[in-house]
Ligand binder design. Sequence first.
Ligand SMILES: Cc1cc2nc3c(=O)[nH]c(=O)nc-3n(C[C@H](O)[C@H](O)[C@H](O)COP(=O)(O)OP(=O)(O)OC[C@H]3O[C@@H](n4cnc5c(N)ncnc54)[C@H](O)[C@@H]3O)c2cc1C
Length: 414
Amino acid sequence: MKQIAVIGGGAAGMMAALAAAKQGCRVTIYEKNEKLGKKIYITGKGRCNVTNNCDMDVLFDSVVTNKRFLYSAFYGFANQDVMDLIEQAGCPLKTERGGRVFPQSDKSSDIISALSRLLREFQVEICLKEPVKSLIIEEGICRGLILERQNRKIEADGVIVAAGGLSYPTTGSDGDGYRFAEEAGHQVTELRPALVPFTTEETVVKELQGLALKNIEISLCRGKKEIYHDFGEMLFTHFGVSGPVLLSASSYGAKELKKGPLTLTIDLKPALTMEQLDARILRDFDEAKNKQFKNSLNKLLPSKMIPVIVERSGIAPEKPVNEITKQERKHLAETVKCFSLTINGLRGFNEAIITQGGVQVKEINPSTMESKKIKKLYFAGEVLDLDAVTGGFNLQIAWSTGYLAGLSAAECVE
Ligand SMILES: Cc1cc2nc3c(=O)[nH]c(=O)nc-3n(C[C@H](O)[C@H](O)[C@H](O)COP(=O)(O)OP(=O)(O)OC[C@H]3O[C@@H](n4cnc5c(N)ncnc54)[C@H](O)[C@@H]3O)c2cc1C
């Protein structure tokens, strides 16, 4: 019976183990943590956005880096396959806004339990608190691995590296997978935190800290070149900006930021044209004729935003509303529709949902996930140079590449 060793008991490792075990292999997972799926536990704010219930085009379009590499993995084990597998394992799912799929219970632990049940059913051996030290490679073939504990040698017919990336290192993924890859002669591309909040040059964000804005439109630019455009929700923090649209923007902005700061423009009223907004302001001013300017914007803007917009508008805060000129009103509308901030950096790996960069995919066979350099060595999940926007797509990458690596290690892929 074929022996398969899987390094890492996260999403990719569990799925790889399951796929290989289903083909009749004897599979062992070596996980350095005291339990499986420590990162899955904290995904989706503890609810686990397990995948996205979208069509294949959207699945591919949501991948930021190396989407073409995922062709076989996605078609071989798609979002629907993940949903079927998890539901059949006794964890009913539901689809929310934007196709995001969650367990009906809203508990990520139910996803981990369902997968653990399957692993038990297929007799996968799980070795917890068992960090792997290195791979055993002889004459271009991976023959097994060495455990940190007592340098124990484990022989295997195939080894799957599913050790994750660098993000949220407290969950166990602290870069060992990249080390294994480099020791096997693989190139690891530059590693950057992604799906991570931005820092801004302007300290005004401190005044806005905690303010969440819904239905805003953002545009991230380097000079005149637009890098990312989106519509949705955002959050101001003491250091800058965060929230769904900005996390997604960070995946596109990370590389660009290396060349210098970027401009973020926020349209606070995207549903209104400049003319419609002017008409709306005029109406509000009409109702607040005898008030000072600073007290006339309550209907238009959240209260935390008012002093900031008042200052940026250039209109004196105490100016009576009925004395505001057409020109000043126009400038106010522009300030509301083009609220700009200078993005000067990203927060670190401790706050990043994923790592951008990883094992160079040119050196991995996309039809099998096997290394092109070392036989019987496979890679899956975040350790690879693959990443996607939020919405369940990163876990889907882990499930799909894990499944394909497991099948291939069991030599079931032609
Ligand atoms: C806060 C947060 C929320 C997220 N929410 C979502 C979401 O809702 N939806 C979504 O799609 N994605 C989400 N993600 C991203 C998603 O969690 C990752 O893309 C996914 O977990 C990657 O799976 P993986 O198996 O490749 O790596 P990991 O889940 O990181 O698993 C790697 C495992 O390998 C183990 N390991 C590492 N080195 C060794 C070693 N030397 N020996 C033994 N074991 C080792 C680690 O302990 C770890 O358990 C989120 C990420 C974070 C941080």
